[in-house]
Design a protein around this ligand. Sequence first.
Ligand code: ADP
Length: 542
Amino acid sequence: MLGLMQSQPLLISSLIDFAERHHGDAEIVSRRVEGDIHRYRWRDVAVRARQVAHALDGMNLLFSDRVATLAWNGYRHLELYFGVSGSGRVLHTINPRLHPDQIAWIANHAEDQVLCFDMTFLPLVQAVHARCPTIRQFVALCDPDKLPADSGIPNLVSYEAWIGGQPAAYEWPSFDENSASSMCYTSGTTGNPKAALYSHRSTILHAYAAALPDVMCLSARDAVLPVVPMFHVNAWGIPYSAALVGAKLVFPGPAMDGKSIYELIEAEKVNYAAGVPTVWQMMLGHMKPNNLRFSTLKRTVIGGSACPPAMIHAFRDDYGVEVLHAWGMTEMSPLGTLCTLKNKHLSLPAEEQMKIRLKQGRAIFGVDLKIVGEGGRDLPWDGKTPGDLYVKGPWTVREYFKGEGGDPLVDGWFPTGDVATIDADGYMQITDRSKDVIKSGGEWISTIDVENVAVAHPAVAMAACIGMKHPKWDERPIVAVVKKPGAQLTRDELLAFYEGKVAKWQIPDDVVFVDAIPLGATGKMLKTRLREMLKDYHLPAN
Ligand code: ADP
């Protein structure tokens, strides 16, 4: 017997309809590429998203055709999120920090038909357009008078001319909720990039889940600043969840430096922000010397790479901001776990609570986790035994776009490539990427633990731990360190700082001071590049 409730497909267009009807006057504030601040409301987003849909129909774009963006976080990008997917096309957010060759490769692989780009990326588009034969229309996200006369890019139109004059009314099509809505290529540090292809259903379920109190806890009372880029797994789904709850959204545009982010938080009374650790490092680095305080910021979600304990402490103790440590990946839309306490933890002393907060957190409903050892055997949830982390659920990939890379699943589970422990309460802690794991004398050393101790030292700006071949122990850790500007620190001082903080055999064998640690397109440390940089390095004999 089937249930007798109405069957209505879960479609992204319903989010913008809802935001328009119920939260039409909630604000969307954007710092623009032009440098000024633009403000309007959810009801304006809805009108212009429908104009986008008309513009795409006018090009005779087919259902599921791909529309790409190379754009910062801003209101026009938001309109494309809803206009492209709502009308049945697939939004392909390209990471502009990728190498131009990779961008051209991705655009061809996705068979993008339209490319919408911020003027910041004009030189990039000039460099790649001739290699992207599938793109029929280039759209510069600007007013007509900002369009360069001789860009050399064929079929270039300004966004405002493109949607201007289009009717404000549009009937969103209804279709199967399993249809593709957007796509995002993984950074492809190994081999060619592969795309996660999200569906309307997976996106809406993820948007519901992300808004839950134990996840991002989003509501119509929030003013949310997604610093995490909209080209980075849909800004962790925040644009969709914000529409679902009617939150105010504040977009930083291209100004991601600490000063600009701090000023935007203060000016727009942001109470909630989300971003990767490197962004917050820059902001705290700006606030401390200038003795600045937050007047409204209360919570921040930090994920994308391990959030160092020193950062969680700084936010809590110095600024009264709660850090929610989150873990996820492109293949998971991206949210997997988020760290909030349970009722029974509330009576624990502060330092016991902190031990829990440092973990990557508990599974969100919709995400199943397990850790496996050799031979695919399930490992115990004892908080100590590390294993390969596997996931499954309705917003985790089943396969990559065009079947790239073959069948990624193992018995229906997706291997994340992360190594983690899970404790009896279900709190997961990442110890490493499997390719970064250091095995020393038969024991695993967590590079994240080694890095966390280093960045807790006041003279250290950034640290990356890698394994070096060792004749006796197989591998031993060393730590590459970038000092804070003007700071003094010697190798021996840093090694002494490890004493008592980790087991003796986990203390790195050496410290290498470097000017910078190479970062990938999503702001993560590129350990492959670091290993190349240190290829002539030899461990000290002892
Ligand atoms: P995103 O950076 O949006 O999470 P990616 O697909 O680029 O997505 O990267 C996913 C990988 O990033 C994870 O598999 C994991 O290795 C790492 N990662 C994400 N969040 C964390 C975290 N909180 N702690 C440690 N590693 C993390």
